[in-house]
Design a protein around this ligand. Structure first.
Ligand SMILES: Cc1cc2nc3c(=O)[nH]c(=O)nc-3n(C[C@H](O)[C@H](O)[C@H](O)COP(=O)(O)O)c2cc1C
Length: 332
């Protein structure tokens, strides 16, 4: 079975939220030690499902039942989009990675809004990811979707949609975020593109992070998939890498962003998080929460519960009573 068919089959089984809510016992998502605050939101655990898993905006309740503290719907775009032609997802199980060049297939704003509005019970823990290539599209998605979610993620960083890069120009990003901030009623996060060690792009990324916060965003998601080339991908042989090869980069970028923005905004770590130790590490570097996607594909629906349980065990061993107080290396 190819990767997309496997994803669709998995997603179908998750469309029955009651089944998963019965399975929620033992996911440790209600342990008081794991409760955390981010941008004024209180979440039961700092572990979330990243954008792109529930592009169709149908399975947020099931994800929450599995033990995620929050979960992201979308990325939603104004018009429905077929995405790039297949093959556009390649699994690399030998290194726990995925390459994707999906390019935002999705139902479009009207249908996404209808489905998201129906998931009312998940509202306080649902993030909604939006994107577009011109300001008006994004402003419209933001205006119509924010009443239905706990927070909005602005995706300016998918490597598979070249038009998003216009918002890597700080002046253009600033005016977009200022426009969103004027109509904002829930926290706004900006999802950054990753940056390599020690070169000009690092400075550019940090500048975008600072611009986002100073123009009204509440936090940053660090980061999206890493741009790579692979001849098995249809769309110009280019796509985004996710999973285990990203873990160390994510830690480095979280530390760099935290050093740049200090207490002015919250950071959500995203990229290569597989274990409770990974989560501990990101929190100890200053992230307020973390998101994962690829680990869930390899480890399955028991993963969020296992990470919650593992984090609790580490905290108890270290004598830490709240995730916000996690510092240093995890206890061995
Ligand atoms: C198949 C696939 C589709 C994705 N689609 C989106 C998307 O629509 N929007 C987005 O912001 N990120 C998307 N991502 C990126 C993830 O949200 C996340 O940033 C990235 O995969 C790194 O986290 P991970 O290593 O835990 O997977 C996608 C990732 C994958 C693997």
């Amino acid at each position: 079975m190819d990767a997309e068919t496997a994803h669709r089959a998995g997603e179908m089984t998750m469309r029955a939220p009651l089944v998963w809510s019965a399975a929620s016992i033992g996911n440790h998502a209600n342990a008081p030690e794991l409760r955390t605050d981010i941008a004024g939101l209180t979440l039961p655990t700092p572990l979330g499902m990243a954008a792109g898993f529930d592009k169709e905006c149908r399975v947020i309740r099931s994800l929450l039942s599995m033990g995620f503290g929050f979960a992201t719907a979308g990325t939603v775009t104004l018009a429905p989009r077929p995405g790039n032609p297949p093959p556009r997802v390649i699994r690399q199980p030998e290194r726990f990675a995925i390459l994707n060049a999906l390019g935002f297939p999705g139902p479009g704003l009207d249908l996404a809004e209808e489905r998201i509005a129906r998931m009312r019970k998940a509202k306080s823990r649902m993030f909604i990811s939006i994107a577009g290539t011109i300001e008006d599209e994004i402003i419209e998605c933001h205006r119509r979707l924010q009443p239905h979610g706990a927070a909005i993620e602005l995706n300016i960083s998918s490597p598979n949609t070249s038009g998003l890069r216009v918002f890597h120009e700080p002046g253009r990003l600033r005016s977009l975020i200022e426009a969103l901030a004027r109509q904002k009623s829930v926290p706004l996060f900006v999802k950054l593109q990753p940056w390599p060690r020690d070169d000009g792009r690092r400075r550019d990324a940090i500048r975008l992070a600072e611009t986002s916060i100073s123009s009204g965003a509440d936090g940053l998601i660090v980061a999206n998939t890493h741009p790579v080339e692979h001849e098995g991908l249809s769309s110009m042989h280019r796509g985004g890498l996710s999973g285990a090869p990203l873990t160390d980069h994510t830690a480095r970028m979280v530390a760099e962003i935290k050093a740049a923005i200090g207490g002015d905004g919250d950071v959500i770590a995203c990229g290569g998080i597989f274990t409770a130790e990974d989560l501990w590490h990101m929190l100890s570097l200053g992230a307020s929460a973390a998101q994962l996607y690829t680990a869930f594909i390899y480890e399955g629906p028991g993963l969020p519960g296992r990470i919650n349980r593992g984090l609790l065990r580490l905290m108890r061993r270290a004598g830490v009573t709240n995730v916000r107080d996690i510092r240093g290396l995890p206890p061995v």
